[in-house]
Design a protein around this ligand. Structure first.
Ligand SMILES: C[S@@+](CC[C@H](N)C(=O)[O-])C[C@H]1O[C@@H](n2cnc3c(N)ncnc32)[C@H](O)[C@@H]1O
Length: 201
């Protein structure tokens, strides 16, 4: 089964796999947004985060490889009365615009191999405007013990050293590692080994 088939199968079930409420880390950073800012949410899935950004009056583009997920994200945007632009695309081949976004959001996109991830990280940096904000959350290797969500390949998970190496040239960088219980639909639930990144290009 390809990665696309795997996600299509997961998103074809009724309801929202990761719920309709935004990711908690993202929600806690809402004070950093300014109305009208251009935001990109990568691997946005069924739209819980893209719709939240639109509700904060940001001009949002959400991209994902799954047509089923994007149909659900459009339904959620309609339900909430906001506009969300969506684009069906593979992050590996998407034509990333340069210096185009004030905000890039990357929540749980840990399907990439290390080589693909390096390319995506470089593209995120290029796509941010100078001073632009990157918000990223993922799982740490310790998550393999909790088994409450995320990939099973340790090389896909994030460490502080990995993120510092990738984004150490940012004007500011905060990385927070902690364990916490999260409840994000059936997809992510229970004690989780998390790592948050807040950076400014
Ligand atoms: C763990 S889900 C997270 C979804 C969303 N960020 C959230 O937090 O609710 C991972 C997402 O990555 C998407 N995805 C997987 N491979 C992709 C690729 N190559 N390009 C773009 N999106 C991809 C899946 O369709 C899925 O929506």
């Amino acid at each position: 089964m390809s990665e696309l088939e795997r996600w299509e199968a997961r998103f074809s079930a009724p309801g929202y796999l990761f719920g309709k409420e935004p990711n908690g880390f993202l929600k806690n950073k809402a004070h950093l947004f300014k109305p009208g800012q251009k935001a990109l949410s990568i691997a946005d899935g069924e739209g819980r985060n893209g719709v939240f950004l639109a509700e904060q009056a940001l001009d949002v583009l959400a991209i994902d490889i799954s047509p089923t997920a994007l149909a659900k994200s459009q339904a959620l945007a309609k339900e909430r009365g906001v506009t969300l632009r969506t684009e069906l695309s593979d992050l590996a081949t998407w034509q990333w615009p340069a210096a185009a976004f004030d905000v890039v959001v990357a929540i749980f996109f840990q399907f990439c191999t290390p080589a693909e991830r390096a390319q995506v990280f470089a593209n995120i940096k290029r796509a941010l405007k100078p001073g632009g904000l990157l918000l990223m959350q993922g799982y740490r290797p310790e998550q393999l013990v909790y088994k409450t969500g995320g990939p099973s390949e340790v090389e896909n998970l994030y460490t502080r050293a990995l993120l510092e190496q990738a984004f150490g040239d940012f004007a500011s960088l905060e990385i927070d590692e902690y364990d916490s219980v999260i409840n994000e639909g059936a997809g992510h639930g229970g004690m989780s080994a998390l790592i948050d990144l807040v950076g400014r290009k």
